[in-house]
Design a protein around this ligand. Structure first.
Ligand code: SF4
Length: 233
């Protein structure tokens, strides 16, 4: 069998990097119990390189605000730690912390209604909101080599292609402080990320079956969606 010498944190039996139960004043962790595929063992040089990036003032401030926001998503009550902010509120609070004024939403046509609701919520919270739908440009799918029988629409009907590159260019030129992706398809989102030149976050990803919650398939993968776990020989 081929030796697996690449990081596989998702299979880690110990997660020693979390150092649960230790005190902040304790010394550095021991890697003795970390598995052989641990990136801390395989790529130890990465961590000093990464910390050098955090030493850059603008990166440091961004990372600091992100961690402050992360902590504010919880509250410690007498009976323990509780979550308190849905992602929409997290987005609003983090954008305020960063001093953002204008937010750009790149959305799918299938989430037109959700884009309108998100836009209104952000405007009510004092932001300027630019929104761009995926079908912008009204370019037919045939232009990128899609034959008429591979369209969603009937072969003779018009079908505009998703145009994530144009979405990114419009978001870039609209001088937004933050871009937010809302429900772009797999692959279209990849292109949007590639061409987007401003800070970018995601409010939702597309899942046509599970109401844009792809994790539902994982939660059902030991019951109704067991087929997902079938091993392909
Ligand atoms: S970094 Fe190492 S210890 Fe942490 S989860 Fe990954 S493999 Fe486990």
């Amino acid at each position: 069998m081929m030796k697996k010498d690449y990081p596989q944190c998702a299979k880690c039996p110990t997660r020693v990097c979390e150092n649960m139960g230790a005190k902040a004043s304790d010394g550095p962790i021991s890697l003795e119990k970390a598995p052989a595929f641990c990136p801390m063992k395989l790529m130890p040089g990465v961590y000093s390189e990464a910390m050098a990036e955090y030493d850059k003032p603008e990166v440091n401030e961004f990372a600091r605000l992100a961690s402050v926001q992360e902590a504010e998503c919880y509250e410690r009550l007498p009976d323990g730690l509780r979550t308190r902010l849905p992602r929409i509120e997290e987005l609003i609070q983090f954008s305020r912390k960063c001093g953002y004024k204008r937010i750009g939403i790149a959305h799918c046509g299938g989430l037109f209604k959700e884009a309108g609701l998100l836009s209104q919520i952000l405007e009510n919270n004092g932001f300027e909101v630019v929104t761009v739908q995926c079908k912008t440009g009204a370019v037919q799918k045939e232009k990128i080599g899609i034959p008429s029988d591979k369209k969603i629409a009937l072969p003779d009907d018009w079908e505009s292609m998703c145009n994530p590159i144009a979405q990114a260019m419009i978001i870039n030129r609209s001088k937004v402080d933050l871009a937010v992706m809302l429900g772009l398809c797999i692959g279209h989102d990849t292109l949007f990320i590639k061409y987007c030149e401003v800070p970018l976050t995601v409010i939702a990803v597309k899942d046509r079956v599970f109401g844009h919650n792809p994790l539902a398939a994982l939660y059902l993968s030991e019951s109704y969606y067991r087929r997902l776990r079938n091993k392909i020989e």
